[in-house]
Ligand binder design. Structure first.
Ligand SMILES: Nc1ncnc2c1ncn2[C@@H]1O[C@H](COP(=O)(O)OP(=O)(O)OP(=O)(O)O)[C@@H](O)[C@H]1O
Ligand SMILES: [Mg+2]
Length: 327
């Protein structure tokens, strides 16, 4: 077995949040990482939070359930709807489901839960944590690795900021206890990794760098190597590129070659910007020219990515700390 087989040896599960601007490839990359992680023998869960069914689609399912559904020997997938979590929470709290339903149907209450307190985000994080925490009390299935197909960057920042906000607001009681627990999970580089995804476009790269600054410098979260998706391969030597660029009116083939060269150079330029801004070389994912790839190709691409991301995060061989022996 390869080095990936050693993942999960810290005694508790790990969570990886995949984030990025809309349409950059978060869902595709979540599926690729999940497939590769499971193929290496890790009990793996992929989580859809967008409720758009696109993660389900990559596994040839029409939709995912709110309970983990087994896809393969080591792979399960689940859809989490934060609004359902809010509904459940208030039903439990108020003990009278009809009251909770009425309350949640009211526009003013929805506006309140959507705005200030971040209750939906808090419940989502708590829900995720039960899949990675080795607790006797949690009867839910536990996983070695949970990959969260996160919301686009703005919402992801809100999500990951919530435990800290709660800690500023709540001075005692079970809510504070939960917030402390979540904060400890999210800021632990042995157990949490945030992976920003970008494509070689100005706006996406800018957004990645902004998010990087907030997550890393302000929230002190373990942010991994950025991923640069849809990279055009280097097909021509330097002298060939020169000839292609200099050739005037060479017909459609030359046009296509010029386009490929321009795109490849753009990828390199943006990779350099990401590297300068984050201090980490981005992991590159090639453009799939033949449409959405099948599970085998996704898994191959995911394996390469996992090795690059986890090597940098120090997750390939379990750290021999007292804590990891104790667990
Ligand atoms: N490396 C790639 N090569 C070619 N096409 C890709 C690649 N990565 C993603 N795509 C395509 O780009 C589109 C968007 O990808 P995906 O749905 O994974 O992005 P997303 O970030 O999850 O989008 P959203 O923000 O809408 O959730 C899809 O059609 C997907 O097949
Ligand atoms: Mg998506």
């Amino acid at each position: 077995m390869g080095p990936l087989a050693r993942i999960g040896a810290v005694g508790a599960g790990r969570v990886v949040f995949i984030t990025g601007k809309g349409g950059v490839g978060k869902t595709t990359i979540t599926a690729a990482l999940g497939l590769a992680s499971a193929a290496a023998g890790n009990r793996t869960l992929v989580v859809e939070t967008a409720a758009d069914g696109s993660l389900a689609g990559l596994f040839h399912l029409s939709k995912l359930d709110s309970k983990p559904r087994r896809i393969d020997e080591h792979l399960a997938a689940v859809a989490v709807d934060p609004q359902h979590l809010v509904r459940d929470y208030f039903s439990r709290l108020l003990k009278l489901p009809f009251l909770a339903n009425r309350l949640l149907e009211s526009a003013s209450f929805r506006a309140l839960t959507n705005a200030a307190p971040g209750i939906a985000e808090f419940l989502l994080l708590e829900h995720l944590s039960t899949w990675v925490d080795a607790s006797f009390w949690h009867r839910r299935q536990r996983f070695d690795l949970v990959f969260v197909d996160g919301p686009a960057t703005g919402h992801m920042r809100k999500l990951l900021r919530v435990p800290r906000q709660m800690l500023n607001l709540v001075i005692a009681g079970p809510l504070r206890h939960s917030a402390l627990h979540l904060e400890a999970l999210l800021t632990n580089p042995e157990r949490c990794l945030v992976v920003p995804v970008s494509v070689a476009e100005e706006l996406a790269v800018e957004e990645t760098l902004e998010t990087w600054a907030v997550l890393r410098q302000e929230l002190l979260l373990p942010v991994g190597r950025p991923i640069l998706n849809r990279v055009f391969p280097r097909r021509f030597s330097r002298s060939e590129v020169q000839k292609i660029v200099e050739q005037e009116d060479g017909g459609p083939l030359f046009e296509a070659a010029r386009y490929a060269v321009a795109m490849q150079q753009e990828s390199e330029r943006h990779a350099r910007t990401l590297r300068r801004g984050t201090g980490k070389a981005p992991a590159l994912v090639p453009e799939f020219f033949s449409g959405i790839p099948g599970a085998e190709e996704l898994c191959r691409c995911g394996r390469q990515l996992l090795e690059e991301l986890f090597a940098e995060a120090g997750w390939l061989s379990a750290p021999r700390t007292k804590k990891s022996h104790a667990n």
